[in-house]
Design a protein around this ligand. Structure first.
Ligand code: UGA
Length: 437
């Protein structure tokens, strides 16, 4: 099929490359000419495992092109809206400027029977408003809301083999030309048995925000348990293992630590609360305020623990932060808890060195005042304390026996509870986890 993908950020760049992989002819469109130039030459503007190889393969195959010219969408029969919906400055609500601009620019290029597919995460009610604009422009064109559930770090495989498809359509019915067209786009995954749910527009929009809210709640739940474990002298990692064996609960997303960050969960729960308020349903989501508060408290707690670890004062202490990205296998530092903790430690007088395998360029743009060191051995040299804040495999695999020689004081704070505490202690380290004795 002929497909246009509007917005070539995280979601759009991956989506465009994956749609080409499925055999479609795809044009990716974005207003940022630097990004388009990079993508056209087979370079990904961000780190995502497997993406660059896929881009090159599809560019070479001739199925994928990128442009800043919206008129290229005129060729397409299916148009994916993949632009960002960041948090509004100074408010909790989502900023829909880019979604509105993308659709506004696309409308003059729509042809009869085209399908516009919304993938961006939007406040419930947005899709119905946009659907009206589409049918006003082209009465035989339709809008489908098809939320995206990809995880950074697994974006390519999540897009090619998602665990489900959700299609929101105005009619709420499967018997719909737009549904048939989107089925054609996703035929490979559908043929291999991926479930597909057809809903009305508001349900599809809510599926996405509800899913991210649930994940955020799960993480804050276990972090709340970590607080209680700390007070009671219990171990939250064992607690998570034990409750996770109940398959109604499940072990995934029960890793206590420094909390969640990134470009999605924090802003999505806030936008959800703001939207519920507008709808008069704010009481239903007041618990998300607590989820947010527990999450933000983790960052303060880690700074306190780091101070304890450094004999009560951070002033002049050389602290090495292992990890800057909001999670491993990503160079994304948007609302990264690791980086926010590093900045707070610096403000409180510590001499902070941050290292990360992929995220240093983004981190130094966000916090230019911090000191960055790409080489792990150089970063830990003469440190008074190590803080593992993003659980990259190479930090999990550090050898405490070898490392003990290079630091000034063998103290480690395991912000993700991934190190073998007994082994580190045996090697002479003072070890602190979160929610562990
Ligand atoms: C999240 C969702 O997981 C995706 O399904 C969704 O599509 C995406 O947002 C989105 O809305 O676009 P992502 O932001 O890539 O994906 O990151 P997650 O893997 O969800 O991790 C979020 C944060 O939670 C990270 O900072 C991670 O370190 C933290 N986390 C995760 C924990 O602290 N504990 C856990 O047990 C799991």
């Amino acid at each position: 099929m002929l497909i246009s993908v509007i917005g070539c950020g995280y979601l759009g760049a991956v989506h465009a490359a994956c749609m080409a992989k499925l055999g479609h002819e795809v044009v990716g469109i974005d207003v940022d000419d630097r990004k388009i130039l990079q993508l056209s030459s087979g370079r990904a503007p961000f780190f995502e495992p497997g993406l660059e190889d896929l881009l090159r393969e599809q560019l070479q195959a001739g199925r994928l092109t990128f442009t800043t010219d919206m008129s290229a969408a005129a060729e397409g029969e299916v148009h994916f809206i993949c632009v960002g919906t960041p948090q509004k400055k100074g408010e909790n609500a989502a900023d829909l400027t880019y979604v509105d601009a993308a659709l506004g620019a696309l409308l003059p290029h729509l042809s009869a029977d085209d399908v516009v597919v919304g993938k961006s995460t939007v406040p419930v009610g947005t899709a119905a408003r946009l659907a009206a604009l589409v049918s006003a422009e082209q009465p035989t064109s339709h809008l489908i809301w098809n939320p995206e559930f990809l995880r950074e770090g697994f974006a390519v495989s999540d897009t090619l083999s998602p665990d489900r498809f959700v299609y929101g359509v105005s009619s709420g019915s499967e018997d719909d030309d737009a549904v048939r067209k989107l089925d054609e786009v996703y035929a490979t995954a559908l043929d291999s048995g991926t479930p597909r749910l057809v809903t009305d527009l508001p349900t599809a929009e809510l599926v996405k925000t509800a899913a991210n809210s649930f994940l955020a709640t799960k993480i804050s739940f276990i972090n709340a348990m970590a607080e209680v474990c700390e007070a009671a002298g219990a171990d939250v990692t064992q607690l998570a293992d034990a409750i996770g064996m109940d398959d109604r609960i499940g072990r995934k997303f029960l890793n206590a630590g420094i909390g969640f960050g990134g470009g999605c969960l924090p802003k999505d729960i806030r936008a959800f609360m703001a939207r519920a308020g507008e709808l008069g349903a704010d009481q239903a989501l007041t618990f998300l305020r607590e989820v947010d508060a527990i999450n933000m408290r983790r960052r303060t707690r880690v700074v306190e623990l780091a101070r304890d670890l450094c004999d009560g004062s951070l002033l002049g202490k050389r602290v090495t932060v292992l990890g800057a990205a909001f999670k491993p296998e990503s160079d994304d530092v948007r609302d990264s808890p690791a980086l926010s903790i590093a900045a707070q430690l610096q403000l409180q007088g510590a001499v902070v060195t941050v290292t990360d395998p992929k995220a240093l360029a983004n981190a130094s743009r966000r916090f230019p005042e911090l000191h960055y060191e790409a080489d792990t051995s150089a970063a830990v040299e003469k440190a008074d304390a190590l803080l593992l804040l993003t659980e990259w495999q190479e930090y999990r695999a550090l050898d405490p026996y070898a490392l003990v020689e290079s630091v000034s004081s063998p103290r480690v704070l395991d912000g993700r509870n991934v190190l073998d505490a007994a082994k580190w202690r045996a090697a002479g380290w003072t070890y602190r986890g979160l929610g562990r004795p």
